[in-house]
Design a binder for this molecule. Sequence first.
Ligand code: 2RA
Length: 325
Amino acid sequence: NGINVAIVGATGLVGQTFLKVLEERNFPIKELYCFASSRSAGKTIEFKGKTYVVEELTEQSFDREIDIALFSAGGGISKKFAPIAASKGVRVVDNSSAWRMEAEIPLIVPEVNPHVLSHNDYIISNPNCSTIQSVVPLKVLHEAFGIKRIVYSTYQAVSGSGVKGLHDLEAGTTEFYPYPIVGNCLPHIDVFLDNGYTKEEVKMIEETKKILGDQNIKVTATTVRVPVKYGHSVSMNLEFEREFELEEVYRLLQSVDGLVVHGHENSLDYPMPIDVEGHNEVHVGRIRRDFSVDSGLNLWVVADNIRKGAATNTVQIAELLLDYL
Ligand code: 2RA
């Protein structure tokens, strides 16, 4: 009983959180294999009272009985090794952006579009962290009122950049970021494109449409790095085709698994990064009508970017894959 699981990028921030979440959710593991770069090979990892030695990832790594592989080792590793794993019958859940926008690759948030997954899928993409938390409240609202347009403004924690981002905040250095992040905000996540947007902004725009299954939704985004360690916050302005009542919005949001709905619009009960660090839920608050348009709504959404934004969503996808093994 149980299945054989491989972790690729096992020593990274997300890789280590995979292990925590797999244990917390009692994922049925028979054998565990931990892979990383040659730099990390030989390190040991504790999991459920057993010690595992990290192996260097090679093209032969999947020449053994592995059912599911969770990847979080950057786009280059995923581009090269996910197809090798899939060719051996391994089902890959990839955290990088390498495969997300490929038409035939499913981009999954289990609370939103689990139906997209099929037994034919061997490479499945985990969306970008800020996208995942944003779409969790959106599916029920899109179904009920028809989302016409979304304006995202994000306030993203430095752990989104990994240990290097955390170090620049803790040490006040500029080893990873181009400017000081302490006491500052950087409107710059990932690289700039020719059209003036950053890759992070384009990820949110394109991934949102793919996950909600509607290319007609108009989306724009401004993604900003803020001096917070864990927990991304997203302000979103929504415009709908159809009218709504605020009470209906609360009722719909309260029906979403994994979504915690905070107090009415004028209460001190609003979500903050300190509420979500180390937790798996998405929190939504500051729910209020946008009076400047015919049918508009403002939301404030907060979630742990390493958990629901990466590791937990990935493990939830792996749980869906158990049906195909
Ligand atoms: C970030 N969403 O926050 C990106 C990748 N994790 O840096």
